[in-house]
Ligand binder design. Sequence first.
Ligand SMILES: [Zn+2]
Length: 238
Amino acid sequence: MLPKWTTRDCEIYPIREGKSFSGYSFLIQQNSNYMLIDTGRKKSREMLLHKIEKILGPNNLAGIILTHSHIDHAENTAWFKKKFRCPVIIHQSEAEYLKKGLNPLKGGTNPMVRFLIKTLGKTIQAKYEFDGVTPDLLVDQRLDLKTMGINGYIIHTPGHTPGSMSVIIEDEVAIIGDALIKLLKWPIFPPFSENKKTMTESLAKLIDTGAEIFLPSHGREIKRKMMVKYYHKQKQDH
Ligand SMILES: [Zn+2]
């Protein structure tokens, strides 16, 4: 289980969705300002809401950021938006997916997954449709969160999906969605990803932020040294 992270002025609360391989949402706090990153699966929404409300106390969310529109990150967005009446932020290239409640699904990082997506992609997409919602703020390359009371910014880190984004808090901690996963000792690219080369370029962008800790949605934190090592290995492979 991930611990809570503290930067100079912010707290980063991992909100765990379930046991073992299921993912994390994150709640960022600076003073009485809070933002939620990713919204989890429908089956866990009451539990997630309970955990979030416990941390929020009398405060409200200033916004919901989606690292991308895969169902395990976005299924509760419509529901949470209604509950908290706050803006939803997503990359511009995934706005249509979110409106329709669709998963971006292309590519694959290995031949087996590529074959699966090619043959069953449409079926998988249909099986995992979710309640769509119109986003309020669209990101292109970068969005500063200062106006929402958080010392941080969002950057576009595509490759897993075309509109994947990461959130950098005080140049110390990066919340990276599915840019990498780390369920075992070493991080890996998630197999259901669109473009390995673009993912590798996004790792360079993440390293350039100067962050020391990278938090994926699935698994444990990745320290800077390991991130740099993984990046160089991927770069050699292409
Ligand atoms: Zn994903």
